[in-house]
Design a protein around this ligand. Structure first.
Ligand code: H2U
Ligand code: ZN
Length: 344
């Protein structure tokens, strides 16, 4: 039924709905076509502000780093030193100051690599760097959320192909995390278990939406996915943040990231754009026993490397909608090899 007829699905992590219209997948496309993705760049670019030894736009110079490299964002959206203010006019105009820290993490000194093509040990170092950042920033009394995210590809607003991500650590808990915290707490209160532990057990049993897995993590197309090839990485064991992962689990995370991003690149045999990021427990000093560590991948591509999905019209004004079902998307991703097309 769900493969043929339009229906809506509930995102139990956010409490929001998505409209699924599978019969619409065959409609013709005469709209915008994106530029053909560019081949991987050279290992070093003298004009890159992230390559080792180069000067950044802010004037600082990068060290000749050999693995990962973290620096304070020269154009930070959140700064630690903002004075505290509040505004409330008749409950209609409400504002509050927001303190925070923004950092950039280079994954590798090699300008031409991507997570999908780095070796496992190198991705492991990236995971260790993220973990140390979460511990350090999350340990600050003013920081209640540490959002680690990667924008990949020009289509997703990534400013530079050099493999890197950003960290925005903020004083308040951001919208998306807040929705998930509330849903997971409500689920635990009503059902007495963990929402994502139960989801993962169900998805393993049904197998229709699984993409790949190892002992410590599973990657799947969530039942309520909005983006065509959206996926969710869930830890097998109940963990609330990177800092609770064992050394084996951190390597397991590196493994699943490499395998999933390789499948993504292989889908259209082109560098695959996405926004990805981790959701970890708020670092607000409270216990979050029902929060389950996971990562979201939101890729914009729809039917080829040059046709993307737009969130406009009904989606902007009403409810997000998709044509391809998450089950078909998962089957396509599952059918791909884990050998990168550029290394084949
Ligand atoms: P994105 O590619 O996801 O936009 O990340 C690049 C970040 O790097 C961006 O937030 C920062 C930008 O502010 N940046 C610096 O901190 N220094 C620079 O010299 C250029 C870019
Ligand atoms: Zn570079």
């Amino acid at each position: 039924m769900l493969e043929e007829y339009q229906h809506r699905r509930l995102n139990v992590l956010t409490g929001e709905w998505v409209l699924v219209s599978p019969h619409r997948a065959q409609r013709p496309w005469q709209g915008q076509v994106e530029p053909t993705p560019t081949p991987p760049p050279a290992s070093y670019d003298p004009g890159c502000y992230l390559c080792p030894g180069n000067e950044r736009a802010g004037g600082a110079r990068n060290p000749r780093y050999g693995s990962t490299f973290v620096f304070e964002n020269d154009f930070a959206a959140l700064r630690p030193d903002t004075p505290e203010t509040r505004l409330e006019e008749d409950g209609l105009l409400v504002a509050a100051s927001e303190r925070g820290v923004c950092r950039v993490v280079c994954f590798s000194p090699d300008h031409g690599l991507t997570l999908s093509r780095m070796d496992l040990a190198a991705i492991g170092e990236v995971v260790d760097t993220w973990t140390a950042q979460f511990v350090e920033l999350g340990g600050h009394p003013d920081i209640r959320s540490v959002q680690i995210f990667e924008n990949r590809g020009e289509m997703m607003g990534c400013s530079n192909p050099h493999p890197h991500c950003q960290i925005w650590a903020s004083e308040s808990v951001p919208n998306e995390l807040l929705k998930e915290v509330r849903s997971q707490s409500a689920y635990a209160a009503e059902r007495g278990g963990c929402l994502l532990c139960d989801c993962l057990a169900l998805e393993r049993r049904l197998a229709a939406r699984l993409v790949c897995a190892n002992e410590h993590f599973a990657a799947l197309a969530p039942f309520w996915a909005v983006w065509p090839f959206e996926t969710l990485i869930i830890s097998t064991r109940h963990r609330s943040g990177l800092d609770e992962l064992s050394a084996h689990e951190r390597l397991g995370l590196a493994d699943i990231l490499k395998r999933l991003t390789t499948r993504y690149d292989n889908l259209f045999e082109a560098p695959f754009p996405y926004s990805m990021g981790f959701h970890q427990r708020p670092t607000d000093g409270r216990e979050h026993p029902c929060f389950h560590f996971h990562a979201h991948f939101y890729p914009p591509l729809l039917r080829s490397a040059t046709v993307r999905k737009f969130m406009v019209g009904f989606e902007l004004l009403a409810t997000p909608q998709r044509d391809l079902t998450p089950e078909s998307a998962a089957a396509r991703l599952r059918g791909l090899t884990e050998r990168h097309y550029l290394d084949a």
